[in-house]
Design a protein around this ligand. Structure first.
Ligand SMILES: C[S@@+](CC[C@H](N)C(=O)[O-])C[C@H]1O[C@@H](n2cnc3c(N)ncnc32)[C@H](O)[C@@H]1O
Length: 350
């Protein structure tokens, strides 16, 4: 593993509040277990639950409302969803003065480049003003949102809470691409560059391009690329309309982009991946657990959790059969594997 000169070193208050959020989430695991046991007893056969998800939600919401464990768990979930971004921001502000020179140095030094969207470019309606993950003000409101999301929310909070580690997971997905080496890779929804880095470490010789709709997160990807000496080319562009020439890449990849976009845009993303791949090129897209792989009770839990967590397109995305979407886009030798992340691999016929 490489060292990270951009790593967040909190002051005392920030450390305490970030730790509090981590321990609150860890400490509420037994409560969530209790809720799951109660629900399993209440619904011994999930297949009888209503097919329609809104109806299922009303039905189960009402049935669970009497449970103190359920209500407490919902309250803690709401608190975490609402507070985690604010806690991270406050922790950043506390040490802003120390961090600003480091952030500026790695923003400017190269060799990674970042091209913002051209003046007047329209932001897609499904993205504009949406507060994904209940990020106060959305991705673009805070000028340091990339740093806050990448270094504090992701590296400190989410990494501490995720079994197996979120970076190890990205490296595992990168290594699932069929070939041992690639020359030109496109990372769709590159965000703060965490999967981009996993791709680069797995395919050290590859020239890597990343696209994302958010400039703020790409700025942090640029800092990470620079800090590691990588010559990534980053563009603020939509994955469904990248503007790159046909046959520009031999691998197109994404890591948990797809649940953040509506189903019709997902289809366009696969079509765009196909277009920009050279004949014989590979596609590897990974995303959240498919609803088809869960029973109806687990789907309800995932669906209500996603709503609580500020994921407006999770339901329509998780309901899609991504392997089918890949085949419809023209990919062949399509395979789908894994629960989380669910990984779809395909090849453009050569
Ligand atoms: C969960 S993050 C991706 C995580 C990232 N791949 C990583 O490994 O950390 C989803 C990203 O998709 C971006 N996004 C959403 N819609 C997009 C689109 N149509 N085209 C490109 N990026 C998009 C968001 O701005 C966000 O940064």
């Amino acid at each position: 593993m490489t060292t990270n000169p951009l790593a967040f070193i909190p002051a005392q208050r920030g450390r305490a509040s970030v730790d509090f959020m981590i321990h609150l989430a860890r400490g509420s695991q037994p409560l969530r277990g209790e809720v799951a046991r109660e629900q399993a007893e209440m619904v011994p056969d999930p297949s009888v639950l209503p097919e329609d998800l809104d109806l299922r939600d009303r039905h189960l919401g009402q049935s669970c409302a009497a449970s103190p464990a359920f209500r407490a768990s919902q309250l803690l979930g709401e608190f975490h969803a609402r507070m985690h971004g604010l806690v991270a921001r406050e922790a950043f502000e506390e040490v802003r003065e120390d961090l600003e020179p480091v952030i500026a140095r790695y923003q400017e030094q190269g060799p990674t480049t970042l091209e913002p969207a051209p003046e007047g470019a329209e932001t897609p309606a499904y993205f504009e003003g949406v507060h994904f993950h209940r990020t106060a003000g959305g991705w673009e409101e805070h000028e340091m949102q990339g740093y806050i999301h990448g270094e504090i929310v992701h590296r400190k909070l989410v990494e501490a809470l995720y079994p197996g580690g979120i970076f190890q997971q990205r490296r595992a997905v990168a290594a699932m691409a069929p070939r041992r080496a690639y020359e030109r890779i496109l990372d769709m929804g590159a965000s703060t560059g965490h999967f981009t880095q996993a791709l680069q470490e797995t395919y050290p010789e590859a020239e890597i391009t990343g696209v994302d709709l958010s400039l703020r997160v790409l700025e942090h990807a640029q800092r990470i690329g620079n800090a590691q000496g990588y010559a990534w080319k980053l563009y603020q562009r939509p994955a469904e309309d990248t503007g790159f020439a046909e046959a520009s890449f031999d691998l197109v990849a994404s890591y948990i982009l797809l649940h953040e976009i509506p189903a019709d845009v997902i289809r366009r993303v696969f079509a765009e991946a196909y277009r920009v791949l050279e004949p014989g090129g590979d596609m590897i897209m990974s995303d959240v657990t498919r609803y088809a792989d869960m029973d109806k009770l687990a789907v309800w839990r995932a669906d209500s959790g996603a709503r609580l967590g500020g994921e407006p397109y999770w339901r329509e995305s998780a309901s899609l059969d991504l392997a089918e979407v890949a085949r419809e886009a023209g990919f062949v030798d399509v395979t789908a594997q894994g629960i989380y992340p669910h990984v779809v691999i395909g090849r453009k016929p050569g």
